[in-house]
Design a protein around this ligand. Structure first.
Ligand code: CP
Length: 321
């Protein structure tokens, strides 16, 4: 068990986590140190840590998810909380009820927290302003995916040490439609990481340079001095039009594969938030190679989300006292 003095000793005061942009380095560090403790316990113990025993947590996903939804649910259960999974297709949203009304009703059934994934940017913030209980963003449109960025940083810290300053991360693929890219840019830069964006020019408008990143349209140039290459899939579901001639041509020009492994630094790691489209952005050889930390990211997602759930629930509790 973890000493309650340690669990209570955080300065985190946010009831909601809707965006990474607002987090200070101190707040990111708090999530990382609590997640580090939770990670040690979840890999060594199969039981629960009853720090949120009896709390009722709703996962309200209006878009498909494998990793995020299940990692949140696993995290909640490992903290001793009850989980209520609400499916949009089986909810009264299909009968015309508004998002706000649905969420207010989920709050009224005595829920303690709502974790939401929605296709609309800003959906989580919109609910956080209208609900008394904590709201956690599990991905909203192309806007933000804060817990993904936090678990990615946790994974980088596991490999490169707690101080990421001076590290170089290249994010490669569909940047334009990616909430993962946006959240990672903010989270990594807050920790002093140099970020390069790479992919087809149609998917990385020059506007992104305003965020203080480098942009490269040549794959070899983009990956050759990266300590980590974070791959993104092409998000067809968000693209209203085609941004490159074909998937085959994308793979030919921007796919990372065994032949191109020689372009990487000796110790460079490969990351991917999933789902991986094998043979498109990444081949099977590299996806399953020792360089790949893809499944570590997924495991770390449980520890990081335990930390986020615990901190937000604790902040909400403190503000009620
Ligand atoms: N990384 C991520 O958001 O994956 P899912 O869509 O499976 O949740």
């Amino acid at each position: 068990m973890i000493a309650s003095k340690f669990l209570d000793g955080f300065n985190w005061s946010r009831k909601d986590l809707t965006n990474i942009k607002d987090l200070s380095l101190a707040e990111i560090n708090e999530v990382m140190s609590l997640a580090e403790v939770f990670k040690k316990t979840i890999v060594s113990e199969s039981g629960t840590l009853p720090y949120q025993q009896g709390k009722n947590i709703v996962t309200f996903f209006l878009e498909p998810s494998t990793r995020t939804r299940n990692a949140f649910e696993m995290s909640a259960r490992r903290l001793g909380a009850n989980v209520l999974a609400v499916n949009s297709s089986a909810s009264s949203i299909t009968k015309g009820e508004t998002l706000k009304d649905t969420a207010k009703n989920l709050e009224a059934i005595t829920s303690d927290m709502i974790i939401i994934r929605h296709s609309a940017a800003g959906a989580a913030e919109y609910l956080a302003e209208r609900l008394a209980i904590p709201v956690v963003n599990a991905g909203d449109g192309a806007h933000a995916h804060p817990t993904q960025a936090l678990l990615d940083s946790f994974t980088l810290r596991e490999r490169f040490g707690q101080n990421l300053s001076g590290l170089h991360v290249t994010i490669l693929g569909d940047i334009l439609f990616s909430r993962v890219a946006r959240s990672n840019i903010y989270c990594l830069q807050r920790q002093g990481v140099e970020v390069t964006l790479a992919g087809p020019s149609t998917l990385i408008p020059r506007d992104f340079e305003k965020m203080g990143v480098k942009i490269k349209y040549d794959l070899r140039d983009a990956v050759s001095d990266a300590d980590a290459v974070m791959l993104l899939r092409i998000q067809h579901e968000r693209q209203g039009e085609t941004h490159f001639p074909s998937i085959g041509e994308y793979a030919n020009v921007f796919g990372l594969n065994q032949t191109r492994e020689g372009w990487l630094k000796k110790d460079a790691i490969i990351m991917h938030p999933g789902p991986v489209n094998r043979g498109v952005e990444l081949d099977t050889y590299l996806a399953d190679s020792p360089r790949s930390v893809i499944l570590k990211q997924v495991t770390n997602g449980v520890a990081v989300r335990m930390a986020v759930l615990h901190l937000c629930l604790q902040a909400a509790e403190k503000s009620r006292r």
